[in-house]
Write a protein that binds this ligand. Structure first.
Ligand SMILES: *Cc1c(COP(=O)(O)O)cnc(C)c1O
Length: 377
């Protein structure tokens, strides 16, 4: 009889091949890490202004263009600072007067806060919905940017990328946080003007970088605003774009992050691109939600199946079954990071199902939870 959750030993044949289920940073495949060490041809520790690192940036830009079937005229830009930095980039360079945000979790709310606090903008319009559901932007006079997360990583709810009717004709941009969705959820990039993300989620790389797929309208908006508004150089989208076009970043990037990202992109494209990655995340999600629905002590947190994310699954547990104990037992067996977003404060498991994560490992994860729950009584 186990005395504490951490004493529970899960039989090895139940364990996943890889025990990383965190929603970011997320599982990095071994083949990516091996590429970092590739003898004699590693660009680590070399200048980011020279060809080997610029070739890496080029590989990422062309890889993303292929993966997302980039519409005519769209461009791939990148810079340092992660998605959080891009919120400030967008606040300065994309919002002319007033943004409208759909906020239904931590990340959507954070961007809303960034634009709301900018002294040179009108207070943002925020359409809210409770965690575990989805809010939709709606046409509003005077709004020149509509923004929402494609996947709300803090709650496991996903919202389709589809322009607000009439918004483009009214001259408004659509700015989508694809941080955890990009690479793992289907998207028609033409429905957005800026689809931005960071590499440590669905791309299984490391953090610190932002990447954005920009429409000609977004590029023009940045040029217009930066001509009339002071913008810190680090947050200038035009400067980022100028550097990106030369396969560089404004300042020194983490070369390891670039390399891990390029390896993951090549892998995704070799396997069949977004059609393959999204089929894989859908298979993982179908298993996870089906499993939760069939256990009396588990319930998918997102009640509307249409709003459930295929890349981040949130499963509420019965109050009699503390998630902390389940997580402690899992961690003691090398199955890690399936904790709920801390500010959500729910008795919940949150399971990343990014493309790098094998659907068989998601099945193994649920078998491990079953085993632990049985032992915990
Ligand atoms: C992780 C995450 C962010 C923050 O990304 P950073 O690169 O850490 O700034 C923003 N939005 C969403 C949807 C995320 O999942």
């Amino acid at each position: 009889m186990a005395t504490t959750p951490a004493d529970i030993r899960i039989p090895t044949d139940l364990l996943p091949g890889d025990g990383r289920f965190g929603a970011g940073p997320s599982k990095v495949r071994d083949a990516q890490v091996s590429a970092l060490a590739a003898a004699g041809r590693s660009p680590l520790g070399t200048s980011h202004r020279q060809e080997p690192v610029r070739a890496l940036v080029r590989r990422i830009r062309t890889g993303l263009a292929e993966l997302f079937a980039l519409p005519e005229g769209y461009e791939v830009a990148l810079g340092n600072g992660g998605s959080t930095a891009f919120w400030d980039v967008a606040t300065f360079c994309l919002v002319r007067e007033r943004a409208q945000h759909a906020a239904f979790g931590e990340f959507g709310a954070k961007f809303a806060k960034a634009t709301s606090r900018a002294p040179f903008l009108a207070p943002s319009s925020v359409v809210e919905a409770p965690a575990g559901t989805v809010a939709h932007c709606r046409a509003e006079e005077g709004v020149d940017v509509y923004a929402w997360p494609h996947n709300e990583t803090s709650t496991g709810a996903a919202c389709p990328v589809e322009r607000v009717a009439g918004s483009r004709e009214a001259g408004a941009l659509t700015v989508i946080d694809g941080t955890s969705a990009a690479g793992g959820l289907a998207v028609d990039v033409a429905q957005s003007d800026a689809y931005y993300f960071a590499p440590q989620k669905s791309f299984g790389s490391d953090g610190g970088l932002w990447l954005a797929l920009l429409s000609p309208d977004a590029v023009a908006r940045a040029a217009e605003l930066e001509a009339e508004r002071w913008v810190p150089e680090f947050l200038s989208l035009t400067t980022a774009l100028t550097n990106s076009r030369q396969d560089q970043t404004l300042n020194t990037p983490a070369i390891a992050t670039l390399l891990l990202m390029a390896e993951q992109l090549d892998w995704m494209l070799e396997q069949g691109g977004l059609a393959w990655t999204t089929a894989r995340t859908a298979a993982s999600a179908a298993h996870l939600y089906g499993w939760a629905g069939s256990r009396p002590w588990a319930t998918p947190f997102v009640t509307d199946p249409a709003e459930r994310s295929d890349v981040v699954g949130t499963i509420d547990l019965d109050d009699a079954l503390p998630a902390g104990e389940v997580l402690a037992a899992l961690r003691a067996n090398g199955v890690v990071d399936a904790f709920a977003y801390r500010k959500l404060g729910r008795n919940q498991l949150r399971v990343a199902m990014f493309p790098a994560i094998d659907p068989e490992d998601v099945a193994a994860f649920t078998a491990c939870v079953d085993f632990v729950v049985e032992r915990l009584g």
